[in-house]
Design a protein around this ligand. Structure first.
Ligand SMILES: [Fe+2]
Length: 271
């Protein structure tokens, strides 16, 4: 146990991971329940105490309530035999391009932890005309929309105003932790940090798929990005409010913008 505590970043309490591909055998996450268990253990060691399992619901991975429930039971039955103080809830990451094909009754079963929030994945294309209409339509139906990793969507790089309009209308955003550490490149990292500058970022999740390529860390990436002062808000308060269907908790007072690496000019003149 001493070793586990030593590996946890400071200030970590009960991190809630709203976006994690932890269910076995139904998408590009773990292939087996043993691999799922290893991912859960790694998440625990990184300070996570609640995981929302969010398998893809997409054209490539045609999951539905039934396939998710089956995989969820496989994992939770296994976890019941393990000595791990961690909660796994059901959810889904729903591709926006699939929304129209999902029956209303089915969609209601794909929310995050039985809340009214849907984790909506924007398409990875440069033109995302109509994504806002899909999100607005869901909100009119009474859903809360959480936009999955907008910083990784080329369309939001091209049309950041759409992101601003969505947030103004009540959509929430879930930044992927790896984006803050540059795992997806400088451009993605830049938009993620700009979202913090503009108060467009509401939460940070792992979007973990495995132990190496897409690992389950969240808190350490937040701290490394200079956002440690927002850690509890990003990983506990806001995710808890999303799961409970409550209003967003107030942003922490004080300095919000992260430390940005100095530009080339500044680095040259520092020498
Ligand atoms: Fe994902």
């Amino acid at each position: 146990m001493r070793q586990l505590v030593a590996r946890m970043p400071r200030n970590v309490g009960c991190v809630i991971d709203l976006h994690c591909h932890v269910l076995p055998g139904i998408d590009d996450g773990p292939a087996t329940v043993d691999e799922s268990l290893a991912l859960v253990r790694a998440a625990y060691q990184a300070g996570v105490r609640t995981i929302v399992a969010t398998p893809h619901v997409s054209w490539r991975y045609r999951n539905d309530d039934a396939t998710i429930e089956t995989a969820f039971r496989v994992l939770t039955d296994r976890l019941a035999t393990e000595d791990l103080d961690i909660e796994v809830l059901r959810g889904a990451e729903i591709a926006a391009t699939c929304i129209a094909e999902i029956e209303p009754g089915e969609l209601a079963k794909l929310t995050l932890g039985q809340s009214r929030s849907l984790l909506l994945e924007p398409p990875f294309v440069t033109v995302i005309t109509g994504f806002d209409d899909i999100a607005f339509s869901l909100m009119r139906e009474g859903y809360e929309v959480v936009i999955a990793h907008p910083e990784r969507c080329p369309g939001f790089h091209r049309d950041t105003d759409m992101l601003r309009r969505l947030v103004t209308a009540g959509a929430r955003t879930s930044i992927t932790a790896g984006a803050l550490s540059g795992r997806f490149g400088k451009t993605v990292r830049r938009l993620a940090l700009e979202m913090f500058d503009e108060q467009l970022a509401h939460s940070v999740a792992s979007d973990a798929h495995d132990l190496l390529g897409r690992p389950p860390g969240i808190a350490s990436e937040i701290e490394q990005a200079g956002l440690g002062g927002m850690l509890g808000w990003l990983t506990e308060e806001v995710p808890a409010a999303i799961l409970r269907g409550e209003a967003m908790p107030p942003r922490p007072a004080g300095r919000l913008a992260p430390d940005k690496p100095p530009g080339l000019f500044a680095r040259l003149h520092r020498r």
